[in-house]
Design a protein around this ligand. Structure first.
Ligand code: DX5
Ligand code: ZN
Length: 232
């Protein structure tokens, strides 16, 4: 881990490519292309919480066994109380569930931490973050969705940035080390706004897997984010 500053924030930038934009039948080769990433972002969708379907624990377990980098699992599913712990048990480094789907988010985060995963909570673009401001220590990361969850390749929604600023201000005020993540429409032209608003962890699907050279796309995003991120 990088050194923490006096507020406990580590000042690090993380780039997490989303395999939603990868070739699903060549997953092993696709994972090898993003060895320079910090985490691989794994989008689990159940065709219920979101109108799209990807894969479940069996596939994620194979990704876990194959990936050169740790897994950042994003659960876009109903009933995370039932399913989220299983992803922590298979070895995912972080497991993020949606606030809108979780009746007891703090209790679920505690279970995930007990199993040994980082606990994350995600909010859709229309979901306010005020309720999370007193709970920053109960989570290891907070994901502010910058598109409606469900599909890759959508346009970044700048109107979500005030929520990120609110979380970043509160994290700074409280000396919290929570990671602030953005997901959706992140690329060379949008990452600066998100970094400026306080994000330190960036999910990018099409911007990485759509690039000729994913390694240099990751390096480019990392440099752009670092230029605009004010270490807290
Ligand atoms: C969308 C997913 C994202 C998606 C991002 O619901 O949560 O992780 O893969 O894709 P891009 O970067 O193409 O917007
Ligand atoms: Zn995602």
């Amino acid at each position: 881990m990088p050194l923490r500053d006096e507020n406990g924030r580590d000042g690090g930038i993380r780039i997490n490519p989303s395999i939603l934009a990868a070739d699903f039948v060549n997953m092993q080769a696709e994972l090898a292309r993003i060895a320079a990433a910090d985490f691989v972002h794994v989008d689990v969708m159940d065709n219920h919480f979101v109108p799209n379907l990807t894969f479940g624990p069996q596939m994620v377990e194979r990704i876990q066994a194959t990936s050169p980098v740790p897994l950042d699992v994003h659960l876009m599913i109903a009933d995370p109380d039932r399913w989220a712990p299983g992803y922590a048990e298979l070895g995912a480094a972080s497991v993020t569930f949606h606030l809108e789907a979780a009746p007891e988010p703090v209790a679920l985060a505690r279970r995930l931490r007990e199993i040994g995963a980082r606990a994350g909570v995600a909010v859709k673009p229309a979901t306010p973050v005020e309720g999370l401001l007193d709970l920053l220590d109960d989570f290891d990361q907070i994901l502010v969705m910058t598109v409606e969850p469900g599909f890759g390749g959508q346009s970044f929604m700048p109107e979500t940035m005030p929520k990120l600023r609110r979380l970043a201000d509160e994290a700074r005020r409280r000396g919290s080390s929570v990671w602030l993540q953005v997901d959706g429409g992140i690329g060379e032209s949008t990452i600066a706004q998100a970094a400026e608003a306080g994000a330190d962890t960036f999910v990018a699907g099409s911007a990485v897997f759509g690039a000729e050279d994913p390694g240099s796309a990751i390096a480019g995003l990392r440099a752009a984010a670092a230029r605009h991120h004010h270490a807290h």
